[in-house]
Design a protein around this ligand. Structure first.
Ligand code: GRG
Length: 322
């Protein structure tokens, strides 16, 4: 059994050893730059762990683990362009360091390299992995579009928001686990249960992200604390606040959405959140999904000791403060 750190080291080495071409420089240098910025590598770790639950040799899932991490990085590069984000993982984004066209094309190349990794498996395995990967990629696209649609809508329901984060964030965690399980030789019921574990963990993870964005310690948080409030992002916290607010609080939230002074804005929204106990309500929802995730894991027909690394990773992800 390996520790989270062992799996992370393994995947970091594999990424360092990707023998990417050198030219055209503007295509491959941004990829090397972005992959070198770090990140938790939680998706490939999930793939390797899920494989090891069913097979003593987790390295057989190496190419799938690389595929999910490369896909994730591709989506981050494109997401940063769409969001016009200056920073990612505490460093300049690709479009900021080069330009948007470079970001689009190097992101595209990363996606293709991800597919090349899946194509290394035997045809029977590809037949199982590819539909899952394709379905997931399409859902991530749908999640991203819904997220953008929400920017110009004032009537987003909490269930719609949960559907959006399921697609944008959670399904890739499920897919990472299911691919590892398939490669490891699990039965389809356990592979599906691991997928569900990943989706519910992903929902809890994204809700935690919403909470951290408002309440994290700025010295530990990789992004700007209050960034979602400043950008009027429709997070779970904001939608819940609108749902629970009285007419005076609704009016204050509406006025704060127009506020130009960022400190006044963040403090104002936070004070409405405090009045409505929004942090506790968001934590309740986060814990709800986390508990379902743990029940999914419990339902898998293997010994507790084999599930322990996945449980450790779930604890690690939910205990993060950055
Ligand atoms: C799928 C064809 C296709 C297009 C992609 C751009 C896009 C469409 C989707 C964006 C998806 C996206 C960026 C989702 C956010 C997921 C998320 C929670 C990112 C942060 O993940 P961490 O915390 O990051 O694992 P690190 O840095 O640790 O890797």
């Amino acid at each position: 059994m390996n520790s989270i750190e062992n799996y992370q080291n393994f995947i970091n080495t594999e990424i360092e050893n990707l023998s990417l071409p050198k030219e055209p420089i503007q295509l491959y240098e941004p990829i090397t730059y972005f992959l070198g910025l770090g990140g938790k590598k939680m998706r490939p770790v999930l793939t390797l762990m899920a494989c090891e639950v069913f097979n003593s040799d987790f390295t057989i899932a190496k190419e799938a683990a690389l595929a999910v991490e490369l896909f994730h990085n591709f989506s981050l590069i494109h997401d940063d362009i769409m969001d016009e984000a200056p920073l990612r993982r505490g460093h300049e984004t690709v479009h900021e360091k080069w330009n948007s066209n470079v970001g689009i094309l190097s992101g595209d190349a990363l996606l293709i390299i991800a597919y090349q990794k899946i194509a290394t498996y035997k045809p029977a395995l590809i037949g199982e992995l590819l539909p899952l990967f394709n379905q997931t990629a399409l859902e991530v696209c749908e999640g991203q579009q819904l997220d953008m649609d929400f920017e110009s809508r004032n009537n987003v329901a909490i269930d719609e928001y949960l559907h959006m984060i399921k697609f944008k964030t959670a399904v890739l965690l499920g897919c990472s686990l299911q691919m590892g399980a398939i490669i490891g030789g699990s039965n389809s019921k356990d592979a599906q249960e691991l997928y569900n574990f990943g989706v519910n963990l992903g929902l809890a993870f994204q809700l935690q992200d919403d909470i951290l964005d408002v309440y994290a310690d700025q010295n530990k948080f990789g992004k700007q604390v209050g960034g979602d409030i400043i950008a009027n992002k429709k997070t779970y916290l904001l939608l819940k606040a609108y749902e629970d607010a009285n007419s005076i609080q609704t009016e204050r939230l509406n006025q704060l959405a127009e506020e130009k002074d960022t400190t006044t804005k963040v403090n104002g929204v936070k004070s409405v959140y405090t009045e409505l106990d929004i942090k506790t309500k968001a934590e309740l929802k986060m814990n709800y999904f986390y508990e379902i995730a743990l029940a999914n894991l419990e339902a898998i027909s293997i010994s507790s000791s084999k599930k322990q690394p996945l449980l450790d990773l779930a604890h690690f992800l939910m205990g993060r403060d950055q």
